[in-house]
Write a protein that binds this ligand. Structure first.
Ligand code: PMP
Length: 352
């Protein structure tokens, strides 16, 4: 057993369930209910597999250029990775090396404290207010870095981007990361702020609004210097992370803007319809700007509803954690899926 004392022991991140059974209504991991853009599907069909014998472009230039064009930045300000989890893990490794603790909200994406533990980064959480909003003053203290999702997960709360400018301004010695995994569903991106603040980094993903969770594409946008440091760490770890299909499909997705806007629009419309229905059934929730709702019921405990839904093959997300153990996070699916959810809840709640 002696070798075990040198093991890097960690408690891994717990992802939402990926059930293997057919016929499940899957509203538990914030995936997109629609397929990726037609151009992405064409690439999947036409991919020249002969090329797979070669290494991919380790700079993923095509994808980087497409993103730079789309977001009106220079290619040197873009970093791509295998989903935003990869980009965020690299950013933690690159930028969070101080003695002071990094800061993030107490209710947030549960991977942050896992990376902090894995990489031995001291961290401290800042409590959200009773409506799950950030108290910006909590971030005006000495720290080793800051990460905040906007909209936040799992709450769906969107904060005005001027707050991130203020936090970046008050923390010139720290890197401030805004995790914008859900920003396309009605929020506003902090990308324009990177021109002003060289310590601000924005991270986004293709997993939600671009319907490509299975392909694994994420990216960061920041000043050239920050992206340079990020690349140095990435190329010291694993150069060829972005495979050929991911680069090609990611590029096609960025270029098909009309389709992107169409599916995002549909999800937002379905979200607003679902809000009205859930309110009628006695649920309350904040004004979500994401592709999920974070809801609590006036009478019935969230865990009971979670289990009843699961029994009925409708998967949503529940955490038995302080402050959020009476909430459910429900991903917005298609109209049909949400209608099924609502009609199940209607009957279930009547019987309680
Ligand atoms: N950030 C937040 C806030 C998330 O909820 C998720 C999804 N689990 C991610 C990042 C990572 O998504 P992906 O790695 O699929 O890009």
């Amino acid at each position: 057993m002696s070798w075990e004392k040198n093991v890097r022991r960690v408690t891994p991140y717990v992802a939402g369930e990926q059930p293997k059974t057919a016929g499940v209504i899957k509203l538990n991991t914030n995936e997109c209910p629609y397929p990726p853009a037609p151009g992405v599907r064409e690439i999947a069909e036409k991919m020249n597999c002969g090329e797979f014998r070669l290494y991919p472009d380790m700079n993923a230039e095509k994808l980087v250029n497409a993103l730079a064009g789309y977001y009106h930045v220079r290619p040197e300000q873009v970093f791509v990775g295998v989903g935003s989890d990869d980009v965020l893990a690299m950013a933690f490794m690159t930028f969070f090396n101080g003695e002071a603790p990094i800061l993030f909200p107490d209710i947030t994406y549960s991977f942050y404290d896992v990376w902090a533990a894995l990489l031995r980064i001291p961290c401290r959480t800042c409590a959200l207010d009773e409506n799950f909003f950030i108290k910006k003053e909590d971030y005006f203290v000495p720290n080793g870095g800051i990460i905040i999702p906007n909209p936040n997960a799992p709450t769906g709360v969107f904060e005005d981007i001027s707050m991130f400018g203020e936090i970046a301004e008050r923390n010139p010695d720290s890197v401030v990361i805004v995790d914008e995994a859900y920003v396309d569903f009605g929020g506003r991106s902090a990308i324009p702020l990177i021109e002003k603040f060289d310590n601000l980094m924005v991270v986004q993903t293709f997993s939600k609004s671009r319907a490509m969770a299975g392909v694994r594409v994420g990216f960061a946008i920041a000043c050239e210097k920050m992206i340079g440091y990020l690349k140095d760490v990435k190329f010291s770890f694993n150069s060829y992370t972005m495979n050929m299909p991911a680069i090609e499909m990611g590029t096609a997705a960025v270029l098909e803007d009309a389709y992107f806007k169409e599916i995002v629009g549909k999800i937002v419309k379905t979200r607003e319809w679902t809000k009205g229905q859930l309110k009628r059934l006695g649920f309350s929730f904040g004004d979500s700007m994401s592709n999920f709702l974070f809801v609590t019921h006036e009478k019935v405990p969230a865990e009971d509803i979670f289990l009843a839904l699961k029994e009925h093959n409708i998967y949503v997300r529940y955490w038995n954690k302080p402050r959020i153990n009476n909430y459910l996070r429900i991903t917005i699916g298609t109209d049909g899926q949400m209608q099924e959810l609502v009609s199940f809840l209607e009957n279930y709640l009547k019987e309680r």
